[in-house]
Write a protein that binds this ligand. Structure first.
Ligand SMILES: C/C=C/C(=O)SCCNC(=O)CCNC(=O)[C@H](O)C(C)(C)COP(=O)(O)OP(=O)(O)OC[C@H]1O[C@@H](n2cnc3c(N)ncnc32)[C@H](O)[C@@H]1OP(=O)(O)O
Length: 267
């Protein structure tokens, strides 16, 4: 049985599902290596315009697999440094693959997002949560650091430093309702409505210029790291010019406006 399922619930929308519900989709090697491969593969798929990342069963992802020798070795890095480094590398690669893929990734957070699972959720571009979802920076509960896999970078940017410090240092659960209130997720829906809600958003995004969407994603991430607004505006300007000059999208938008119809973008 494959621990990663890839399917297309709607045209141009690819869903990647962590499929190990009996372990709440914990991050074993056998889950994370195929996840990395699937993300890279889907990133090269011209027919995919939006990706949905979710978990099977009750949980989204319960973090490092506490029964997998590879991941347990993260907690015993001195005696098994090679395997521990490899385990961390695969997790880093998964986060990087999400950022690098041209398509936006919607995290459909269906349940518990714990430790590395919280980090995985925060690596997605947009998060929509089920009422069942909750988040915990569990590294701290395990006697380690909660600052892992980009969480200490992403969380303060998403919700502000005081809330991020408090959540990371207390190791407490953040409910879906609180996550919605503090801006950790875009919205919360019933478990039954989660896929449909994500698909509706994905379909809306799919209707826009593929190049425009890709550039927007990359510029949003670059904006989080930009040294100054001035230098970032320079970068934005060049990207806008590139899309304008290399596609007929803007002409189509103007024509569609005149014809009183929705534009159909080809690039
Ligand atoms: C670099 C990355 C670092 C990190 O990620 S550090 C964080 C590591 N993760 C954790 O510390 C979380 C450990 N798990 C839990 O605390 C709880 O579970 C949950 C809060 C996720 C869910 O609790 P509940 O709803 O009560 O379910 P349940 O009965 O505890 O779990 C269902 C089955 O899933 C297995 N499981 C859950 N999480 C993990 C995991 N992380 N590694 C291995 N197995 C896990 C359990 O053992 C159990 O299985 P069975 O029914 O056979 O007892």
């Amino acid at each position: 049985m494959s621990f990663i399922q890839v399917d297309k619930p709607r045209p141009h929308v690819t869903r990647i599902t962590l499929n190990r519900p009996e372990r709440m989709n914990a991050m074993a090697f056998d889950v994370m290596v195929p996840l990395k491969e699937a993300l890279e593969e889907v990133g090269f798929d011209n027919d995919t315009r939006v990706v949905i990342l979710t978990g099977a069963g009750e949980g989204f992802c319960s973090g490092a697999d506490l029964e997998d020798p590879g991941y347990l070795s993260i907690f015993d890095g001195l005696t098994m440094p090679g395997i521990a480094r490899r385990a961390m590398r695969v997790l880093d690669d998964v986060i990087k693959a999400i950022h690098d893929m041209p398509q936006p990734v919607i995290g459909a957070i269906n349940g518990a997002a714990i430790g590395g699972g919280f980090c995985l959720a925060m690596a997605t571009d947009i998060r929509i949560a089920s009422e069942r979802a909750y988040f915990r920076a569990a590294g701290i509960n395990n006697g380690l650091t909660a600052a892992e896999l980009g969480l200490s970078y992403m969380l303060p940017r998403a919700i502000g430093s005081s809330r991020a410090f408090e959540i990371m240092l207390s190791g407490r659960d953040v409910s879906a309702e609180e996550a919605d209130r503090i801006g950790l997720v875009s919205r919360v829906v019933s478990p039954e409505a989660l896929l449909d809600e994500c698909c509706q958003l994905a379909e809306r995004i799919s209707g826009f210029s593929q190049l425009g969407v890709e550039m927007t994603k990359q510029l949003m991430w670059a904006g989080l790291e930009a040294g100054s607004q001035q230098s970032h505006m320079h970068y934005e300007g060049h990207a806008q010019l590139f899309v304008r000059m290399t596609t007929q999208n803007f002409e189509e938008a103007i024509k569609a406006r005149k014809d009183k119809r929705s534009p159909v973008f080809k690039d």
